[in-house]
Design a protein around this ligand. Sequence first.
Ligand SMILES: NC(=O)C[C@H](N)C(=O)O
Length: 323
Amino acid sequence: MKKILIIHTGGTISMLENKETGEVNTTNTHPLSNIPYHFGETIVIEEHIEFSLPSPHITPNHMLQLADTIKNSLSEYDGIVVTHGTDTLEETAYFLELVLNTNKPVILTGAMRSSNEIGSDALYNLISSIRVVLSNNAYSKGVLVVMNDEIHSAINVTKTSTSNVATFQSPQYGPIGIVTKESIIFHHQLVTRITYPVKHISKNVFLLKAYAGMDSRIMEAIHSGKPDGLVIEGLGQGNLPKETIEPIKNILADNIPIVLVSRSFRGTVQPTYAYEGGGKRLKEMGIIFTTGLTGPKARLKLLIALENTSDMEDLRNIFEKDL
Ligand SMILES: NC(=O)C[C@H](N)C(=O)O
């Protein structure tokens, strides 16, 4: 008989709509505890409330606390489902992907409509997630996100719509599986998984999106904030306005690592263009290139990597094996 743990952290899946005001807010109960569904086998479901937070309030230290709870629980359960707000769900999922070293299924899910809203996806996504976590094929798939009948890897998934129930997509590679009425189907598998266990998250990494006409002032302001690292969502294949180059050189001269991703949500950054601010020049300056991560995920990875090393070559090697 399989035993599943559901860990609640908050978010719309655990919120209720106030029928008088139409406002949606957190509750301290999670109105999904008595799940009216037969999973085709006798299972034991236990629940634990880790937080009751809207996910914009979740921080990397909350993610670390959740990871520790999962690590301490995994030996007792066949799999774990985490309910979470969707705004930062992809970041928590990716953080767990980087720090959890397990082949047991860990699945994150949420809802775009709270439990008492018409057309709520809350209970449906939770039931789907439990069905996936019960599937023998869910082992060794990494941390997964299950929403709206799709199964996504934590590495590739991102929230693409502010309100649509089909919001979670993996623009680069698509979902790795689907949930149907009668079965759970996996059609992809991650090629590699690398984990970086950490005990603390103590560094400060800023994230910045490049834009046309960006000048030196924002980089100078960031440098004055003395970050431990900086992630830049560059233009296209990884290019920046030439006015940013001087302050970037000053940041690098202070041995502050800069990781480059693209603000485009498909493809990877590459040292192609040789004009001032072009990717080839940025790579020559010592900026670290990634292979397809989004800015928020690259920031989490740099936060975790800096707990283990500040050596630029070590950091470069970690990012060149991007996951
Ligand atoms: N659908 C949601 O869960 C959105 C909510 N603002 C949250 O992230 O907590």
